[in-house]
Design a protein around this ligand. Sequence first.
Ligand SMILES: Cc1cc2nc3c(=O)[nH]c(=O)nc-3n(C[C@H](O)[C@H](O)[C@H](O)COP(=O)(O)O)c2cc1C
Length: 314
Amino acid sequence: MKKIDISSNINGIKLTSCIMNASGVLCCTEKELSEIMMSSSGAVVTKSCTMIPREGNLEPRYFKWNMGSINSMGLPNLGIDFYLNFLEKKKPKKPFFLSISGLSIEENYQLIRKANLSPNINAIELNLSCPNLIEKKDQGLLGYDFYKTSDFLDNLFKFYKKPLGVKLPPYFEDFHIKKMAFILNQFPICFVTCINSLPNGLFIDINHETTVIHPKKGFGGIGGSIIKPFALANIRKFYIYLRKDISIIGCGGICSGKDVFEHILCGASAVQVGTQFFQEGIQVFDRLKKEFISILRKKNYFSIENFKGQLNVI
Ligand SMILES: Cc1cc2nc3c(=O)[nH]c(=O)nc-3n(C[C@H](O)[C@H](O)[C@H](O)COP(=O)(O)O)c2cc1C
């Protein structure tokens, strides 16, 4: 039987499997990161980090129901030094993406300068889309401010020369995706990860007539199968509008091998798993890999390059 290869290449960064973890889910501590390193995940992405460690928002701050999850974690993380030291100490044998999410543009510059000094990071995943910060309640997501994003990237690429990707929020209008792609196309961006959680969702417990999570009056970011159509639409449109050398990492609603196939058919070069990883634990990577390979075998495909981006439109 011919071998099915599900490896991927993110702008020169080689992944033995195109399926990996999404930032923020079970990738904060040494134990969690070590577990991902040992698993069949194609890469390791860290929890989005800040300059100093954060405890995050008050509990309950995560809730899962059949269609997906709601969270308002508030970036609990161990601080950038912890993640850089982890990398130094463990020297992972698979690509290591450091996710960063400063609380301000200034802090993002500080984080990127620090990461720039580390020889072992394969790439930074710059989070422009964290929806759950109490400190930022009067400011929008950076990814929704086109002018600020452009200015920010312009300044950062003056001093940062290593691979960098951006994690984007979901966009709901073609015009916005076109505009963001136009901005990103002007910079040496290595990849785009779309999408982050859908911001400002609300889920209700009718027995107690309350919200299910505590922070921000119950509003939070939505993930899981319910957001897959938005993820697919963002991947597809960015695939059309972005420069062809910018890879897309799909994220949002991956629960099965079929979901992985759909993301790649729309144009993703790799996929990330968040809510389903939280739900199922580390064996999710083996299961998804098995289901995905079985679909490729039935379709007579031997690598993701056989169908990546080749969605037929009726
Ligand atoms: C508990 C939790 C924490 C998250 N924390 C982060 C984070 O720190 N940085 C980030 O870029 N995305 C974060 N996300 C968003 C996920 O990486 C992902 O974009 C989103 O959940 C959609 O994927 P999913 O449908 O597989 O959950 C978090 C999601 C969850 C559920």
